[in-house]
Write a new protein. Sequence first.
Length: 359
Amino acid sequence: MEYKVEIRTIKDFLDDKKYFTNINMQRKYIYNHAQAKHLLDSIQKKIPIPAIYLWSNSNGTYDVLDGKQRITVMRLYKDANYLEGAVHNFFIDHMEESTFENYQMPVLVCSGTEQEKIETFRRINTTAIPLKEFEIMNALYQGIFVEEFGNWGINTSQNEEKIFGSGIRGENCIKALSLFTQSIEDYFKHNRDISFVNGLKKQIDKLVEDTFAIFGKYETKDWFVLAKIVLENTNNQSILDTWKLNSGSIVDLFKEYNANGELSNAPSKESFYKELLCCYDITGLDSKRFFTKDDKKILYEQLENGTIKGKKLCPSCKKEHSFDEFEIDHIKAWSKGGKTILENAALLCKKCNTSKGSK
Ligand SMILES: [Zn+2]
């Protein structure tokens, strides 16, 4: 690879339309006016600024390897109406146009193979404030994919933000993509000309929709883990349907394990959630939710065995109760996959049954 050092005025630099093939990435990030002001102040005072690094492409265009922030400030300042009033007006009042346009800055123009470009870009941008993964991908793999994906990242819905986090510097994009691929960079590389909106976005939409259809009433910070589990089952519509159908009892189950602290103590939340979801497989929960009065009568009759003849004693508190004072309930909870069959039924007095449930 090669590079040469040039000194160019801002005017010459900005007038050369061959530059900035990847400059539009700058629009996606939160613009820092303090930095903008600082840069313009340096130009006004003729203080040198760090060199701009360009990569000379074989088709005659340039990519900006380093200095996008600075170039953007210059362009916005020149175009006047872009910079926030206060910053712009300050310099309009204080800086002469010729001072701005004739300001000289060092420009390094590099050239070489595509691989060298990537390597150079990575090296330059990991020295000072490291670029986030998405910013690097955005600069290296320009195309419709990264463009649309970046736009999604800054316009996510509330539910998307719950799962993938904030859109600052594309972190949510990387997090979302990590669910769909082992190699983030390869994905950007191979999909750069493929529409995100018509492709991956549809998968993400389905995932978010399914995740909230199942766990929507659960208050948690574990959305990403839950989405991951949903995605693993995305091709198994019947299990997703079962989960959706049992959404209420699943959330109750999660809450119960949260309340007793087992979830937070679990070595892996993912495996723990999976375990809890296990009982909601395709065979699902017993479709019979409650025991009947006949079921209760059968157990009530059986109570005679082993107790004082003619007296119906609660097996727990050993006190005598009338039929109406007894309750029939599951031994293994229905929400945990317990069947509504007599083998899984217990008859206790109301008081004992209630205190059992609260344990
Ligand atoms: Zn009792």
